[in-house]
Design a binder for this molecule. Structure first.
Ligand code: GDP
Length: 481
């Protein structure tokens, strides 16, 4: 099969369904110089589309070569340059039958169109200068957005907030390079056009903004891909029970035999619009069992990768440490507090209500509230994974680790790994430029360092890019976008 790059053949007229299968209606998009002629070859309305004005809707029928009606449709017409791609664009809203859609596409291809490759419409919009690359990527993120927050990030990026910020940084740096170039042109005369103090101020400001974008990636990535939470602790502390309690299913195997969870088990849940991915890990303990040891190794890997570690202990074992997680965001969780309650009852010094034989034991919430009210900030969340107590508090604590307030204010948040890596490279180049400036290095070298900052920033918006990068970005889009 011939591979068609989304950035090739800009003169072809392309066709693809723009909506997912299975709906009542389907939109088929035809885009390119021959779009109107191709649509007219199958459309029968009150008058031919070529006589119609741009941005108008037309009711009619789609007919095949024998004049047989395929469907009743509404056609939207958007002529160049005022369309998504900048080309003439026809959107046919037909009934969502797989047969109707394939017939309309077959007719369009017979009339001269070719099937669009993934992302080709958006690639054309990018090449026509209607979107920059970061905005084009945000189109895909908008389609994939599965929560209020991932949508907020994508739409700020799509509307150009991010592009403006980056363009601002690039303009300031370009101003610097032009002054430095001027110095180089007059190098014989030993003149200084770029005031070094002002130069340093600009570099500092650009670095401050670049670092702020880099820092936002932790949040952006967590909101886009989910917050990874490792549930760790000794065998039998109730890790699997907690995972099932949080995610509401029985994905993790629960048993009394220590070492049951030999590998990592994952399950997801949403808390107030944020996706959390829980990883139930093999219990941490010394063991000779080879399989279990492999599971424990994977546990350490999971802990290293996790954004948050829930460190589970029980009332009888509360002195454990997770060394690997020392620098991580650990939430200490004391499980099985229903047992404490039972002990207390047996010793009959409990001030709490007698424990009913039911599955609920509301003791955990009152303890969590009581410790908070008493100003105790031992940070430990007390729960009973088995009975469900304290789980609401634990969910609140988890959700509080994700600060979505800044998104409500519309601030730019980086969620794309490609952008993050480019920003990291820009930051490194910025540090080198600052050193070059402080060490009074020759103008030529300084100018070169500043170009090294501009390059990765330009890669984000697509000012500087290669066909390979573009092809790899757009090939991840869905067909019809
Ligand atoms: P893991 O090895 O850490 O994954 O522990 P499991 O989730 O398999 O639980 C081990 C045992 O502890 C099972 O019998 C659970 O029913 C029990 N268990 C878990 N959570 C609680 C709890 O909150 N209270 C009590 N009483 N038992 C619990």
């Amino acid at each position: 099969m011939r591979h068609i790059s989304p950035i090739s053949d800009p003169d072809d007229t392309i066709v693809a369904p723009a909506t997912a299968e299975g709906g009542a209606l389907c939109v088929i998009r035809i885009c390119g110089a021959d779009a109107v002629g191709i649509a007219d070859s199958m459309f029968r309305g009150r008058r031919p589309l070529r006589e119609a004005a741009t941005h108008t809707l037309h009711y009619g029928r789609i007919v095949d070569a024998d004049g047989r009606t395929i469907d009743d449709v509404v056609v939207a017409m958007m002529l160049a340059p005022h369309s998504y791609t900048g080309d003439d664009t026809i959107e046919i809203s037909a009934h969502g039958s797989r047969y109707i859609v394939s017939e309309i596409i077959r007719l369009a291809i017979a009339a001269g169109a070719r099937m669009a490759s993934p992302g080709e419409f958006t690639a054309r919009a990018f090449l026509a200068g209607r979107l920059d690359l970061s905005q084009a990527e945000a189109v895909a993120d908008t389609i994939a957005a599965d929560s209020q927050w991932s949508l907020a990030i994508a739409s700020t990026q799509m509307r150009g907030g991010y592009s403006e910020l980056l363009a601002g940084l690039r303009t300031r740096l370009l101003h610097l390079t032009s002054l430095l170039e001027l110095e180089l042109d007059f190098s014989e005369e030993d003149v200084v056009f770029a005031d070094r103090k002002q130069l340093r101020e600009i570099l500092d400001e650009v670095q401050r903004q670049t670092r702020s974008l880099i820092d936002s990636f932790a949040l952006g990535n967590a909101l886009k891909n989910g917050v990874a939470v490792a549930i760790a602790g000794r065998p039998n502390v109730g890790k699997s029970t907690l995972l099932n309690r949080l995610c509401g299913d029985d994905r993790a195997m629960v048993s009394d035999i220590a070492g049951t969870t030999r590998d990592t088990v994952e399950a997801e849940t949403r808390i107030d619009g944020v996706l959390f991915r829980f990883i139930d890990t093999a219990g941490l303990r010394n063991t000779d069992d080879r399989l279990e040891r492999m599971g424990i190794e994977r546990t350490h890997e999971a802990i290293d990768k996790a954004h948050i570690v829930l460190h589970l202990t029980t009332p009888d074992h509360d002195d454990e440490h997770i060394d690997a997680a020392a620098d991580r965001r650990v939430i200490k969780v004391l499980n099985k507090i229903d047992l404490l309650r039972e002990d207390a009852q047996q010793n009959s010094y409990s001030a709490a209500e007698p424990h009913a034989a039911s599955e609920t034991c509301p003791v955990a919430d009152s303890w969590n509230d009581a410790t908070a009210a008493a100003g105790s900030n031992d940070g430990i969340v007390r729960i009973s994974a088995k009975c469900g107590d304290g789980i609401d508090e634990l969910r609140r604590r988890l959700r509080a680790t994700v600060d979505t307030d800044r998104l409500s204010e519309g601030s730019v948040t980086v969620s794309n790994m490609r952008h993050y890596e480019a920003l990291r490279r820009a930051d490194e180049a910025l540090s080198r430029a600052v050193t070059a400036l402080d060490d009074n290095l020759p103008t030529e070298l300084l100018s070169e360092e500043i170009r090294d900052i501009l390059r990765p920033l330009g890669e984000i918006t697509g000012e500087i890019t290669s066909d390979d990068i573009l092809a790899s970005i757009f090939s991840k889009f869905c067909i019809g976008k």
